[in-house]
Design a protein around this ligand. Structure first.
Ligand SMILES: Cc1ncc(C[n+]2csc(CCOP(=O)(O)OP(=O)(O)O)c2C)c(N)n1
Ligand SMILES: [Mg+2]
Length: 546
């Protein structure tokens, strides 16, 4: 590569931006900081859009959200010191969710290191446990290769977050010599072990009550088409969680959700795809004691399965699922499928009453009954709440991959506005719905300012019960009382949003809901529908901590 034609030289920030561009990056999420100015300048020169927010946490969650809705790495630039520390929750989240993202950090100058420059702190020791790759640029010339390494690490299965920081002097200085522009390296993926595949095929071929439980890595592994073909060929009921939701449309004849307990416990063979047997699956105990388990994932997991399994299939997931389909032949589990469908229908019927509940303030189920009426099939649902989010997870269905963004097993409140910002930027023509608790609003509610400034028509639907319900109810059942679990009843978060320039609605009774939702979507503006919900409603759950 020759030196830059217009300016004659390339500064470090321009080198960063050139590599971002080479990796297909179109947006950079950030909050201003002097340590980042040369990166901003580089992005302007290279045509990468800067999206500025009101808290670095949101910048980093937006990068994760971008990954979740595009399956490409999202990128955030965080200023030295507090900018990076503010982004750490999103790194932890991306690590647990396997979301590919790259965080670029500002950093105090190298030539004065240790002398007490503004915001001087070594990020690597505290960032390293949260990422797949962490490095500091040792010179201007090193910058392109480190950015490339970060992207390669982020994209290599298991995908996840990567971090590089750039000392002020190196990133502001011009490059001595010529900048290289190497081709982007594609990550390597492995293939499942043939002997394990044979073992899995044998189990599936003989199965009478098979079940598929699939999660987030099914989505990262782009295996939705093969999942559907495998399920259809062998007639296997499918349950999905996390980002796996929508990888089989909720109205597919083999898609189930409410019969999960019975299905997992009663299955003779369970194919567990792209989801760890963590607390969400009772550490393996969600399955029956005699259920034979086949585990498939994009790569070998860091944690071993918590119980003995019949086969472990680690590697390219579409290839694995295709091999299972070809090997196992056509299955016949019609009786089993019909049995589960009957349970599913029964549970659906049980829900109908609450979906039509007439109380004011509203039952959360009534809110989602209303929301479902106005949402398109490809609407992107983002959940940032406690109990209100659990109810959404129960009754709001997903029909396409990448339409359901919950915080995942890290469970970080405040991730929603960043996810929503990124989702709407990536898919401007689609509905993006932010399902918000009143507690959750406090973490990143100021991002309505960001949405307004950038003209991003996210529709927030708030379940405002005046409490931290997911904490208040469990504490009351354990201790007979609760502390630090109350918020103010009927706080006018809608007026906060209106003051920030958004469209605002308040809903006190079921009859007001539909009109408010219609107006919010029709406004095209960032909107909040503040729905007052009944604080006495407790989501029925057995445990939320282990
Ligand atoms: C950053 C963070 N802090 C605290 C928690 C613990 N927590 C989980 S759910 C919840 C309550 C959320 O309240 P709200 O958003 O109002 O939803 P609700 O449960 O009332 O429907 C809390 C405090 C968390 N998950 N993340
Ligand atoms: Mg609440």
């Amino acid at each position: 590569m020759s030196l830059d034609a217009e300016s004659g030289v390339l500064h470090g920030g321009r080198l960063v931006a050139r590599r971002l561009k080479a990796h297909g990056v179109r947006k950079l999420f950030t909050l201003s900081g002097g340590h980042l100015f040369s990166i901003y300048d580089g992005c302007l020169q290279e045509g990468i859009e800067l999206v500025d927010v009101r808290h670095e946490s949101t910048a980093a969650f937006a990068a994760e959200g971008w990954a979740k809705v595009t399956r490409q790495p999202g990128v955030a630039a965080l200023t030295a010191g507090p900018g990076v520390t503010n982004g750490m929750s999103a790194l932890g989240s991306a690590q647990m969710n396997h979301s590919p993202m790259v965080v670029l950090g500002g950093r105090a100058p190298a030539f004065r290191w240790g002398q007490g420059s503004l915001q001087e702190i070594d990020h690597l020791p505290f960032v390293r446990p949260l990422v797949k790759y962490a490095a500091t640029a040792g010179s201007t010339a090193e910058i392109p290769a480190l950015v490339d390494e970060a992207f390669l690490a982020a994209r290599t299965p298991h995908t996840g977050p990567a971090f590089v920081d750039f000392p002020l002097d190196h990133v502001f200085m011009n490059l001595e010599g010529e900048a290289e522009s190497p081709a982007v390296r594609e990550p390597r993926t492995g293939r499942a072990d043939p002997a394990e595949l044979d073992a899995a095929v044998a189990r599936l071929r003989d199965a009478e009550r098979p079940v598929i439980m699939a999660g987030t890595n099914l989505y990262w592994g782009r295996a939705e088409d093969e999942l559907r073909q495998l399920a259809e060929r062998l007639s296997i009921p499918v349950f999905l969680n996390g980002l796996g939701r929508g990888c089989l449309a909720a109205d597919h004849e083999l898609a189930f959700s409410r019969a999960r307990g019975t299905a997992l416990a009663g299955a003779d063979v369970a194919l567990v795809i792209g989801v760890p047997m963590d607390f969400r699956l009772g550490f393996g105990a969600a399955f029956g004691e005699t259920t034979e388990i086949i585990v498939a994932d994009v790569a070998e997991p860091a944690r071993q399965p918590p119980r003995a399994v019949a086969a472990e299939l680690y590697g390219d997931l579409p290839a694995t699922l295709a091999s299972l389909r070809e090997g196992a032949g056509a299955g016949d589990s019609a009786t089993w499928v019909a049995q589960l469908r009957a349970i599913e229908e029964d549970k659906l019927a049980d829900e109908r009453q609450l979906l039509a509940d007439k109380r004011a303030p509203l039952h959360p189920m009534r809110v989602f009954a209303g929301l479902r009426e106005v949402c398109d099939r490809d609407a992107i649902m983002i959940v940032d709440a406690g109990d209100f989010g659990s109810y959404a997870g129960r009754v709001v269905a997903s029909y396409e991959p990448g339409c359901w963004l919950d915080p995942g097993p890290f469970g970080c409140l405040g991730s929603g506005p960043g996810y929503a910002l990124a989702a709407k930027l990536a898919h401007p023509a689609r509905q993006v719905v932010l399902i918000l608790g009143d507690g959750a609003f406090g973490f990143a509610g100021m991002e309505y300012d960001t949405l307004v400034r950038h003209g991003i028509g996210v529709v927030g639907v708030m379940g405002n019960n005046g409490i931290w319900a997911l904490e208040k109810h469990p504490m009351e059942s354990l201790y007979g009382y609760s502390v630090v679990a109350d918020l103010r009843p009927e706080t006018r978060y809608d007026q906060v949003v209106a003051a920030l320039g958004g469209h605002a609605e308040l809903v006190r009774a079921p009859g007001e809901l539909r009109g408010a939702l219609d107006r919010a979507f029709a406004s095209g503006a960032p909107a909040l529908v503040n729905v007052l919900t009944d604080p006495t409603v407790a989501y029925p759950r057995s445990s939320n901590l282990a």
